[in-house]
Design a protein around this ligand. Sequence first.
Ligand SMILES: Nc1nc2c(ncn2[C@@H]2O[C@H](COP(=O)(O)OP(=O)(O)O)[C@@H](O)[C@H]2O)c(=O)[nH]1
Ligand SMILES: [Mg+2]
Length: 442
Amino acid sequence: MFQGISQKLEVVFRKLRGYGKITETNIAEALREIRRVLLDADVNYKVVKQFIEDVQKRALGQEVLSSITPGQLIIKVIYDEMAKLLGETKSDIAAAQTPPTVILVAGLQGSGKTTFSAKLALHLKTKGRVPLLVAADVHRPAAIEQLISLGKQIEIPVYSDASAKAVDIAERAVDYARKNVRDTVIIDTAGRMHVDEEMMAEVAAVKEKTKPHEILFVVDAMTGQDAVNTAKAFDDRLSFDGVVLTKLDGDSRGGAALSIRAVVQKPIKFAGVGEKLDALEPFYPERIASRILGMGDIVTLVEKAQVQFDEEKAVDLEAKLRKAQLTFDDFLDQLRQLKSMGSLNDVLGMIPGMNRLKGNVSVDGKQLVRVEAMIQSMTKEERSRPSLINGSRRRRIALGSGTTVQEVNRLLKQFEEMQRMMKKMSKGNMRRALQGLRLPTN
Ligand SMILES: Nc1nc2c(ncn2[C@@H]2O[C@H](COP(=O)(O)OP(=O)(O)O)[C@@H](O)[C@H]2O)c(=O)[nH]1
Ligand SMILES: [Mg+2]
């Protein structure tokens, strides 16, 4: 799956990982290469343009440039953006409040509609639903036979009538399901080699008559961005609810998979990954992104990189603390990391000394801003030698930061306390405590 694109991206990533420090030039070069890889994979050019812009915006953020393992963090940014491109969370299919749920399956000929209809029926059956398959592709007798044969394999009834029109078959099938307690009706429709008016009119009429709860557009992942045009044509006419990507087990270049969601703004709900009837997967954008990026487990990789980063920082910080050299610059550094981390209360508890500040100075973001302002109002010297900060300096800092002398006093006291506590801590304890500090991941 996606072998070509994966291999090419892997080359770009290997290079990125090799850099000790990442510069804007490195990023620009990597992005140029990624752009070319995506275009080669037949991803829609507008989608590529937006993707590159999004990655660039995030990759150039301070957080990546100043980190120790920037290559991996950039790969993580690319991974996140790719998952976003694919749709972020997996989407479920509808279930009607009053059964039967009607699911209409549409797409070009050969895209895998009939196979998918049977796969979906089996998938729903294993979840306890009671499906009915409907053979509404009446233009080719073989198509009806195909569905009947698939239905037999999975022991699911198939409603068919070779002499009726698609619209009538579909309508009667829904009625049949209601009377025979089948709670889900899956309607397999006809396709053509190309989008044409007759086919569109027919499937639109089936939609009109059966009022489906879910319309799924099936598309062959091997077709590249042609798929995007087809999808648009179907969506304009049917306003479908979701996309099914088939033949992902083949050597798909990735163009269709990566373009379709962004262009038609509809979620990809299932992926067909083989000819067998159990070869159907709910579509998980993160998993597909990892596969495209050629790393089964990129998230773990990045997390590991981050732990390593924390450790290096922790060792460095620990050395400073040992020598009682903790400065307000270090403190500010910590605070800034904290601010970007969401749940402050949880994190505060992990920092030595900080648990004392809990509920006092640093618990909510607003107060953090005040602490930050106070530290920023200190001179460089004061930050590295807090003992310099006497009464008049305190007044100046309070004035400069728009706080009060009492607040400055409190901050200094807490800072001293933190230093004292750290000196008392055993080496192992401190290491563990510092490792609790995590870098923000995005
Ligand atoms: N490898 C692979 N083949 C598939 C998949 N889905 C469908 N096919 C094959 O694609 C061909 C066309 O499928 P079919 O369901 O008849 O397409 P339809 O014309 O849209 O109904 C058949 O040979 C299927 O076995 C899939 O996910 N993987
Ligand atoms: Mg078919």
